[in-house]
Design a protein around this ligand. Structure first.
Ligand code: WQD
Length: 335
């Protein structure tokens, strides 16, 4: 089976391509390289020993999509491509709506034209907003507080309406919690440009002394140690969840939504202390003001994915910390 992976050179996309190839799928990638670099294609091939077909291009442009569907017999699509920085989306909403919605509409129109009606969509736990209770199940109320999250919610609605109009589609919507970690080889990993917004890449830059200290955004939340709690999931577990979703949409028509998390909540200090213990490094930090828009606690119920996708996360917080640091050390700029 041949899978088109949009945004396949990005952090989660590249790890998913490795898992697809390891499971004997053929992989075609389209990526505009706006948040990743072309050398990741060769890294995916090095890790797996298999070839990848790569098209540089913008998923908003139907011409390149038609060219791909004309030249490649695409059986299913995994749609990662999209802007994903929460803070940036607040400053540049039109850029986020234009890019994330346009790319999805172009993709779905071309898929329909070529009668390819199997898609896995990369959504986010951010669609739950601030949950009333925990753990979060897929039927929880949906509420977004930033344009990035709203684009995810809108795309989920587009997919639901598409299935209502034509139930020949097979659609899996995956809501990611907090993906961190890297491939064991240290060849691919998370490589945000500039100052990272997210916790793990920031910790890694402090560990490698690229940044002086971690700012912990508030320790006055109603949690065990006052710092924010999240459901961190290893990017390899997340990638394997996509394989299960592809298997599901290959077997049956329909549309469904799945949380991809571990079901465990860890605080900022849990992550800092685990990272220090596992990697024998210091992580200087200081407590600062809460970050606007942050919620106190968020973690998943994973029962539905266990039952319907036959998938559970297996890797631990220690694995996530070890693999993130291993990748950073192996890819240090000043090496
Ligand atoms: C985690 C915890 C912060 C940085 C975001 C997006 C979400 C998804 C994952 C795309 C929080 C604290 C962080 C720092 C800190 N992305 N923190 N100092 O905010 O849970 O989720 O990324 O789908 O959509 O919203 O992740 O890693 O930014 O924060 O103290 O320098 O770490 O307050 O408690 P978040 P995060």
């Amino acid at each position: 089976m041949k899978i088109l992976v949009t945004g396949g050179v990005g952090y989660i996309g590249s790890h998913t391509c490795c898992e697809l190839l390891a499971n004997n799928y053929e992989v075609v990638i389209i990526d505009n390289l706006s948040n990743s670099s072309i050398d990741v294609v060769a890294k995916i091939e090095k890790i797996t020993g298999k070839k990848v077909t790569f098209y540089e291009g913008d998923v908003c442009k139907k011409e390149i999509l038609s060219k791909i569907f004309k030249q490649e017999k695409i059986d299913a699509v995994i749609h990662f491509a999209g802007y994903k920085a929460v803070g940036e989306s607040v400053e540049k909403p039109l850029m986020y709506y234009r890019n994330n919605i346009d790319s999805t509409l172009s993709l779905l129109e071309v898929m329909k034209e070529y009668n390819c009606k199997k898609i896995v969509f990369s959504s986010s736990a951010t669609v739950y907003g601030n949950p009333e209770t925990l753990p979060i199940t897929e039927d929880f109320p949906l509420h977004t507080t930033n344009p990035y999250g709203t684009t995810k919610l809108m795309i989920e609605q587009i997919l639901a309406d598409l299935y209502k109009a034509d139930n020949n589609w097979s659609i899996a919507i995956l809501r990611y919690f907090n993906p961190i970690g890297a491939h064991k080889s240290g060849i691919i990993g998370e490589n945000p440009n500039g100052i990272p917004n997210n916790l793990m890449p920031y910790i890694v830059k402090v560990a490698t002394k690229e940044l002086k200290e971690l700012n912990i955004f508030g320790n006055d939340y109603n949690t065990k140690d006052g710092t924010g709690i999240r459901d961190y999931i290893h990017v390899i577990d997340l990638a394997q969840g996509h394989i299960k979703a592809i298997e599901k949409i290959t077997k049956e028509k329909g549309i469904d939504t799945y949380n991809l998390g571990t079901g465990n909540g860890y605080s900022v200090l849990d992550l800092v202390n685990t990272f220090k213990m596992v990697n024998h490094v210091d992580i200087p930090y200081k407590i600062v003001e809460r970050r606007k828009g942050d919620i106190a606690i968020c973690y998943a119920s994973t029962k539905k994915a266990e039952k319907l996708l036959n998938w559970t996360a297996k890797l631990t917080l220690e694995d996530m910390c070890r693999d993130s640091y291993n990748y950073a050390i192996k890819n240090r700029k000043d090496k």
